[in-house]
Design a protein around this ligand. Structure first.
Ligand SMILES: CC(=O)N[C@H](C=O)[C@@H](O)[C@H](O)[C@H](O)CO
Ligand SMILES: CC(=O)C(=O)O
Length: 300
């Protein structure tokens, strides 16, 4: 079985005024590589609040991540925007800064109505970065674009020669299965519903990309290793622990604000508040979740 990849979808470090704080990116990379065993990041995605950032801010962040990660981690830069022009600008920039790959979600103000419309849109973005591996970022719960991923990627290599896979953030495991079974083996399907990663792996996902791997990377790596060793009891044990933590977090209204504050509590990194409209979470509210984290995962 080929190596399976674990990708952390990064938070965007802000200062107390909600301005991008690049100084935390070096320490963030050290934390992920040394403490969590994470060797790939997905920058400027959902967790990174990309659609709440300006294009200039996204460029600054992507550049700093690529610069500091060089030789240490793989960097996938999400360049999806509401405007094709902005996405193309970010895709060109990703080439300049030598990102390892780009990913694009469906635009969701004026939504593509068909798989063909979405494929044509993705192609136009890909043309701005023709040398970079390209991933489609499927996250229908957020975009409201419910075209099955299977339909989006049908014959997509004819339009996007560098197409390499999907970041699949949806619970529809039949759609995932159909993506896997209809695709060439060199494509990667990275599963993005952390609560049920094991089910995604069982359906043939090549790895995982998600927000919780910022602070649960080392456990997710163990889950993946257990799955590869066919030790399903052990894999399930870890998955159930992760579910227990996230179910506790849900009781406190688990959203990006809570998620970011949990990462701050666990890692000690200075990531700041989220940006409006996401509301900041008072540190005291997260203490119960952080306590649960330490109870469930006393060590890596
Ligand atoms: C909506 C969202 O942000 N999904 C993420 C990935 O795509 C996941 O990593 C979740 O944050 C995670 O599964 C926790 O619910
Ligand atoms: C969670 C995730 O994968 C993202 O932030 O895009």
């Amino acid at each position: 079985m080929a190596d399976k990849k674990l990708v952390a979808a990064t938070f965007t470090p802000f200062d107390s005024k909600c301005e991008v704080n690049l100084s935390q990116i070096g320490p963030y990379i050290d934390y992920l590589t040394k403490r969590q065993g994470v060797k790939s990041v997905f920058v400027n995605g959902t967790t990174g609040e990309s659609l709440s950032l300006s294009v200039a801010e996204r460029k600054m962040l992507a550049e700093e991540w690529c610069k500091k990660a060089k030789g240490k981690m793989e960097v996938i830069v999400h360049v999806g925007c509401m405007s094709l022009k902005d996405s193309q600008e970010l895709a060109r920039h990703a080439v300049e800064i030598q990102a390892d790959a780009i990913a694009v979600m469906a635009p969701f103000f004026l939504k593509p109505k068909t798989a063909e419309a979405l494929r044509l849109y993705l192609q136009e973005v890909a043309l701005a970065a023709p040398i970079l591996p390209f991933y489609y970022y499927h996250i229908p719960a957020i975009t409201g674009v419910h075209v099955p991923a299977r339909d989006v990627i049908a014959n997509i290599q004819e339009l996007i020669p560098m197409f390499r896979g999907v970041k699949f953030s949806d619970t529809d495991l039949m759609d995932l299965g159909q993506c896997v079974s209809s695709s060439p083996p060199q494509w990667s399907f990275l599963y993005g519903v952390d609560e049920q990663l094991l089910a995604g792996l069982a359906m043939g996902a090549d790895g995982a990309a998600g927000s919780t791997y910022n602070y649960l990377g080392c456990h997710a790596n163990k889950l993946i290793a257990a799955f590869k060793n066919c030790d399903l009891d052990r894999a399930r044990e870890i998955q159930f622990k992760l579910q227990e933590l996230l179910s506790c977090a849900r009781n406190f209204g688990f959203d990006l604000g809570v998620n970011k504050q949990l990462m701050i509590n666990v890692s000690g990194l200075l990531l700041g508040p989220p940006r409006l409209p996401v509301m900041p979470c008072p540190p005291s509210n997260v203490q119960a979740i952080a306590k649960k984290y330490l109870e469930i995962f006393p060590e890596c």
